[in-house]
Design a protein around this ligand. Sequence first.
Ligand SMILES: NC(=O)c1ccc[n+]([C@@H]2O[C@H](COP(=O)([O-])OP(=O)(O)OC[C@H]3O[C@@H](n4cnc5c(N)ncnc54)[C@H](OP(=O)(O)O)[C@@H]3O)[C@@H](O)[C@H]2O)c1
Length: 270
Amino acid sequence: MNTILITGASSGIGKATAKRFQAEGWNVVATMRDTAAGGDLGALDNVLVTRLDVTDAGSIADAVAAGIDRFGQIDVLLNNAGYGAYGPLEAFSVDRIRRQFDTNVIGLLEVTKAILPHMRANRSGTIINISSIGGQITFPLGTLYHGTKFAVEGLSEALHYELEPLGIRVRIIEPGMVRTDFGGRSFDFARDENLPDYDPMAAAMGRLFAKLAADPSSPDVIAGVIWEAANESGDRLRFRAGPDAHALLEDRKAQDDETFIGGIKELMKG
Ligand SMILES: NC(=O)c1ccc[n+]([C@@H]2O[C@H](COP(=O)([O-])OP(=O)(O)OC[C@H]3O[C@@H](n4cnc5c(N)ncnc54)[C@H](OP(=O)(O)O)[C@@H]3O)[C@@H](O)[C@H]2O)c1
């Protein structure tokens, strides 16, 4: 029986993926910062709920060891934990900037490093990294979030070269807007009342996000794409997830920088 280890399985895409893989007959190591949020998952067969904070190296080592101990092997790692820091760069303290990169980038790398010796010994495994449409395109006031997701895209693509000869695959998932708590507790918006220069752009961004998020995908749709990425043979690297992701990223590919970015600026006026 195959096993997946998921970070950030307390809600949203992580939880939906845990349920999907469990329903398909996989073992699931559902990791989260606060295991109290995993009660419903813990009640399912073949699911181990265990603590993992991607910014806490000890918790990463413990969770990986617990997963291997319980199920014998981990076949797929889903690096899903993350949140969005938005707002003018000047409004962010360095600590708040570090927290965004520590969670979305360094944490992902640390969890990957912790699992690689196991996958390398097995000469098999799949590492699936949750990026975003925001790893290929940017929106105003997204300097930090897009910085992290562009990093996830680049590091994943580079990593795939070094792991492929060892039988380990890397996949990148690029969801569009998804109905989760991303716009709620996972949204770290910075505003500084001493920086009113940015207020008009923040207001325009609020309106644009509301429009873009009018018809979000269900997290189950993203879980379906993750299922495909885990099970598809071959060396496909990128998987778009959700109709809006397909449309936006297709446009991005078809247009030069000036045209696409000009389109975003037009949208901000609307
Ligand atoms: N929703 C979207 O529109 C969208 C679009 C593209 C990409 N994404 C990406 O999808 C991923 C999942 O987000 P979501 O939409 O499912 O939102 P969500 O429901 O808010 O889930 C975010 C998850 O990340 C976890 N997390 C945050 N910091 C963590 C840390 N230090 N250690 C471990 N877990 C941590 C949260 O845990 P707690 O419960 O402890 O807070 C939660 O489980 C993120 O990487 C996000 O960037 C989302």
